[in-house]
Ligand binder design. Sequence first.
Ligand SMILES: NC(=O)c1ccc[n+]([C@@H]2O[C@H](COP(=O)([O-])OP(=O)(O)OC[C@H]3O[C@@H](n4cnc5c(N)ncnc54)[C@H](OP(=O)(O)O)[C@@H]3O)[C@@H](O)[C@H]2O)c1
Length: 292
Amino acid sequence: MTTNTENTTAEHTTRTTDTGMTVLVTGATGRVGRRVVESAEAAGLTVRAASRSGTVRFDWTDPSTWAGALRGADAAHLAYLPDVGAPGAAGTVGAFAREAVAAGVRRLTLLSARGEDQAHATERAVRDSGAEWTVVRASWFAQNLSEGPLLDAMRGGELVFPAGEVLEPFIDARDIGDVVVAALTGGDRFTGRTLDLTGPRLLSFRQAVAEVAAAAGREMTYVPVSAREYGAALAGFGVPAEEVEFLIELFETNLDGRNARCSDGVREVLGRDPRDFADFAGEQAAAGTWKC
Ligand SMILES: NC(=O)c1ccc[n+]([C@@H]2O[C@H](COP(=O)([O-])OP(=O)(O)OC[C@H]3O[C@@H](n4cnc5c(N)ncnc54)[C@H](OP(=O)(O)O)[C@@H]3O)[C@@H](O)[C@H]2O)c1
């Protein structure tokens, strides 16, 4: 029998089921983290949903929050913000991973990115932590167009972005959530593995915006700009200079065509095809996500 309870302490609220593994999910209110939480709960795991504003308080920049977040966890899913390859990511993620192992966490998954050389040191830090690890290298999320900083532009009908006409195999964040949980619960099948995850189809950003526009029944355009122009706009919105420089480098390298291929990672892990972008666009349009 499975029970669901809410244990509220002064520190956190933890959703509990009695099927065994307790997993700490970082970035739990984010595009991927929310789907990891949903998949883990559907699989009957006990979930500690962590972020700065989450039910379990956790801040990458404040190590005093780490021990409390790790309490009782057998496994943890790591999503480092602002980016897995950002300056300082490897040191911070490595320190956290080692603390997790010392606290009794046996299994770690790391959300990483395809073709991102800047993320390799962070991946290495997790591999060297002593945990049973799985690195999940994902392509661009479809949900970048329906949640987060690009949503306002999409609602406004014009996405300005430095992706030229490059082709990208957009992945549905729900598939990443399902793969993470399969890796955490799949015995040793996926430990010590770096998984390459993509959607089933290559699309340019122009095509992706056009598919969204068609699904939403309204006009939307894609306006490619250079990474430098985009960086200047971010700086204008108050993004710190160091982060802007990192993002410019990231866009110039990661969106240069190196990732323009599909992989069979989702099928290998889940035994089914990845969700198609058209399904994502249709569902979100029906939910009114891109209404003006
Ligand atoms: N976007 C892509 O297409 C893509 C592709 C591959 C890999 N990635 C990687 O995916 C990760 C981002 O995942 P996402 O897009 O799901 O995240 P997201 O939607 O941007 O959400 C960020 C999450 O992290 C939390 N967070 C932010 N700052 C934090 C901090 N200092 N300490 C602890 N938690 C913090 C946020 O909650 P609070 O605000 O409550 O803290 C939220 O839960 C990055 O590591 C990125 O490199 C992204």
